[in-house]
Design a protein around this ligand. Structure first.
Ligand code: SF4
Ligand code: SF4
Length: 637
């Protein structure tokens, strides 16, 4: 018998390390490229399967899942039926990590393999987790697995949707469990492992599913989908626990040639799933994921093969081809995250608008709020959103609303103060210009942040147009139009500081058509950007106009955006004087003013002055409680 040259399973190690190198690259790239934000779920087949279930039951994809994850999920199932549990064996980062933990445990001679009833009983846990995860994902369209998934928690640093009370125990169980117990996560906890096992029992699983479809769609019975999922889980668990083999897949199996086998039992020891290979002719154990470690490590050439042929390369090659095919197909076809219509989208007057590059369409939640907004627009009859390309498709009845008006309804105008520090008299300069690639609310925010870096720029407002029409307000003694153009044309925006610093590619362009420039009184600018106060109280309506007087004072702080939050406190405090019945602020050519309406038979200007400049405000709360706060204002009396 000729001996094998190498006991190393290069097929598997290459793919497993390839995944880890990719993940490490995703982790460290943001340190070098602050505009890059890693998506550790971009290729998660489990998320894709949950999302597909969500799509069939409520016509929406979960979270930020796209066709890529769905295609990988479907491919994973196909791979189980055609080949084996290839994802588990060659790609799953948790599987690889727990295997490394297991190797450490074995080295320390502290690892056991659970057997008998304990093993059988614990195997039910992964089906319970699968049921819970699918149930909550489909009913909420949010990926429930994110709350506890050790992979997601580990790579996001326990941030995002992670729930610490779920994720920390799951992480500890995965690490400690895998150290002490052989393949603890894969055998007992992994919900994806539970799905792949259901696929291994593809024939009974398909029969149960077909029966459910017939009963619900043909016989008209109402059997909610959780009953189908529950039945599939119970079926797979019973088969797994009782080692029943009933038309089981996959079609590729490890086979042992007893004539060549020397019964050295190396394969039994080397099998990561602790399968007793040396006692069977064909390995049809539910835990086998065709890693081919046994074949590679068997010292007798030809004693172990796949389907009695030298095909040990096939699982790894199939893994690469299937994964590449799934990703390629998914790039050509994208399922909508939301597909909703509340009118007849096939009507003869219905037309379609598609808009791309809407960065705020990034998940199920943002798609949902977009659809809700569109429902309020008369004439719009349906929407589809595609989060991968940040696109929307809007169906509208052209007899009710035009294409331009639909685009305007999609547009969210912005009105934002940037560096305004309380200029209250004189003139404010402005320039109105069209800006390309600035339709999305995120882009308008980034534009505002670019402009904010110039301390002479007061504010930005946008309105719909193609290109988007922006008005930039500035102090001509501090900056000018050239600086504004330079700020707009910057290629990227740096936000945050230190380790929180990120960079965003911007790429806005000023459209030279129809630029207008001018000046406006500061009072007009203030009226556009800063809210005024006008509150009546103390039975204001009961007094005739000629019984009331107005006491007007300059009030510069009315133009300070930071002071706006204190205005309700001023009103509450002033109401302690029964003679004060109304407070107004306004912006005039000579500066901001406060007008205090009072009844002269009940109070006096002196009393009002002492109310306004009292060291403390006495505030009344809706629950009738009263509190004192320091007077935040200063009145020039
Ligand atoms: S199949 Fe190979 S490794 Fe397993 S017992 Fe036989 S000779 Fe040993
Ligand atoms: S039986 Fe062989 S192929 Fe299957 S899991 Fe064990 S070592 Fe891997």
């Amino acid at each position: 018998m000729s001996k094998k040259q190498s006991p190393v399973n290069y097929y598997r190690i290459t793919l497993q390390w390839g995944i880890f190198v990719l993940l490490i690259y995703m982790l460290i790239r943001p340190l070098l490229d602050t505009s890059y934000s890693p998506d550790f779920e971009a290729y998660c087949p489990f998320g894709g399967m949950q999302s597909l279930a969500s799509y069939f039951s409520v016509h929406s994809l979960a979270c930020s899942m796209t066709t890529v994850q769905i295609a990988l999920g479907i491919t994973l199932i196909l791979a189980v039926v055609l080949f084996s549990k290839l994802f588990c064996s060659y790609l799953c980062p948790i599987g690889t990590f727990t295997e490394w933990m297991g190797a450490l445990g074995r080295k320390a001679k502290m690892q056991i393999t659970l057997k008998g009833n304990t093993d059988r009983l614990l195997r039910i846990s992964k089906y319970v987790l699968l049921f819970i995860t699918f149930y909550f994902t489909v009913t909420s369209s949010e990926l429930f697995c994110r709350k506890f998934d050790p992979f997601y928690a580990g790579f996001t640093g326990f941030s995002g949707d992670v729930v610490l009370w779920y994720a920390i125990p799951a992480m500890v169980l995965t690490i400690v469990g895998s150290f002490f117990i052989r393949h603890f996560w894969c055998k007992y906890l992994c919900p994806l492992g539970a799905i792949t096992n259901i696929a291994v029992y593809a024939f009974p699983a398909a029969t149960i599913t077909l029966l459910w479809v017939l009963l619900t769609n043909v016989a008209g019975l109402i059997i909610p989908w959780p009953w189908l999922l529950g039945t599939l889980c119970v079926m797979a668990y019973v088969f797994e626990a009782t080692t029943l083999k009933f038309f089981i897949f996959p079609s590729l199996r490890v086979t042992r040639n007893d004539d060549l086998c020397t019964h050295c039992r190396i394969c039994d020891k080397k099998c990561p799933m602790a399968i007793q290979i040396s006692t069977v002719e064909t390995v049809d154990h539910i835990d086998c994921h065709l890693c081919v470690d046994c074949i590679v490590k068997c010292p007798e050439k030809g004693a172990l093969t796949i389907n009695k042929r030298n095909l040990s390369w096939l699982p790894a090659v199939a893994t690469v081809i299937l994964t590449a095919a799934a990703i390629t197909i998914a790039t050509y076809y994208e399922l909508p995250t939301i597909s909703e219509n509340w009118g007849d989208i096939n009507g003869k007057n219905v037309q379609v608008v598609r808009m791309d590059g809407l960065k705020n369409i990034k998940c199920f939640g943002s798609s949902r709020s977009f659809a809700n907004h569109m429902k309020e627009i008369p004439g719009i009859v349906g929407v589809e959103t595609f989060v991968k390309h940040h696109s929307v498709v809007v169906y509208f009845d052209k007899t009710i609303i035009g294409e331009e008006a639909v685009k305007e309804a999609i547009f969210s105008p912005l009105s934002e103060l940037l560096n305004f520090k309380g200029k209250v008299t004189g003139k404010v300069s402005f320039v109105k210009l069209g800006i390309d690639r600035c339709f999305d609310p995120n882009d308008q925010f980034y534009l505002g942040e670019l402009l904010r870096k110039d301390k002479g720029i007061y504010a930005l407002s946008t309105r719909f147009g193609e290109p988007v029409q922006a008005t930039i307000y500035y102090d001509s003694s501090l900056t000018d139009e050239n600086n504004i153009r330079k700020a707009i044309s910057l290629e990227s925006l740096i936000m945050g500081e230190g380790k929180d610093q990120t960079s965003v590619k911007t790429g806005f362009a000023v459209n030279e058509a129809g630029i207008t420039r001018g000046e406006m009184p500061a009072s007009e600018f203030l009226s556009m950007f800063i809210p005024t106060t006008d509150v009546a109280f103390n039975n204001y309506e009961s007094y005739a106009e000629d019984k009331m007087f107005v006491y007007e004072l300059p009030f510069k702080q009315a133009a300070d955006p930071e002071m706006q939050k204190w205005m309700p406190f001023l009103v509450s405090h002033a109401s302690n004087d029964d003679g004060i019945v109304r407070i107004q602020t306004s912006f005039t050519e000579s500066g901001p003013v406060i007008k205090i309406w009072f009844v002269d038979s009940m109070t006096t200007v002196e009393k009002i002055n002492s109310v306004l400049n009292s060291p403390e405000f006495l505030i009344h709360y809706p629950d009738k409680s009263v509190k004192r706060i320091k007077n935040p204002f200063k009145f020039l009396i």
